[in-house]
Design a protein around this ligand. Sequence first.
Ligand SMILES: [Fe+2]
Ligand SMILES: [Fe+2]
Length: 242
Amino acid sequence: MSVESKSDEERREETLIHHKPRTFSDKVALYFVKFLRVFADAFFAKRYGHRAVVLETVAAVPGMVGGAMLHLKSLRKLRDDEGWIHTLLDEAENERMHLMTFIEIAKPTRFERFLVIVTQMIFYVSYLLLYLISAKTAHRVVGYLEEEAVVSYSQYADRVKSGDVENVDAPQVALDYWDLPHDAKLLDVIRVIRADEMTHREVNHLIADKISEHPLGVKTHADMSDDAQAKLRDYEQRDFPI
Ligand SMILES: [Fe+2]
Ligand SMILES: [Fe+2]
C-alpha cells in the first residue's frame, strides 16, 4: 500500500465517525435509523444518484421543522434563541441545495417522484410529532441519519473513483453554490456535500447532547471548509434554549 493510498484510507476512516448511543432514547434513534437504512439499501441498491435525489428531499425537512419549533418557542417563552434558529434553517437550505445539485445528475423515475411525495407527507408529520415529544431524540435521529449519509456518499465516491459511475462535470448550480473551480467534477461535488453532511452530523449530535446536558463537543475534519469548522467551534460554546 502506497503512502498516498494509506493516508487516503486514514482520511476516509476519519470521515466515518460514530457517536455511540448513551441513553435508551439514543438507542431508539440509532436502531430506527439502521432500520430505515435497510429499506434504502434494498430499494436503491447501487443507484447512488437516485438515492441522493430521493433522500435529500427527506434530509431538508428536519432543519426547517427544528427552526420553526425554536422560532415558536422563542416567541412563546420571550427568550433569545442563541442563534440556533438560523443554524437549523441554514441546514435545511444546505440540504435543499444538495437536492438541486443531484437533480441535475440523476433524473428520478415517475415512481421515485411519487415516493418523494408520499414520504414527505409521512416524514414531515412524524418528525414534527417526534420533535414535540422529544427534541433531543429528534436531533439524535438526524445525527444518525447524517452518519448514514456520510457512509453513502463515501460509497458513491468509491464508485466514481473505480469508474463504475462516470465522473461527469459538476453542474453549474454546484459550482456557484460551493464556489468550486470551473473544471470541478462529480467527485469534487460528492466530497463537499459529504463534508456538509459531516457538519450536520456534528451539529445535531451536539444539540442532542446539549439538551441532555452532556455535551461531548464536535469533531471537525479536514474536508470541512474553514468557515464550517469555525462555526462548529462557535456552536460548542453556545447554550441551547431548552
Ligand atoms: Fe444532504
Ligand atoms: Fe444531511
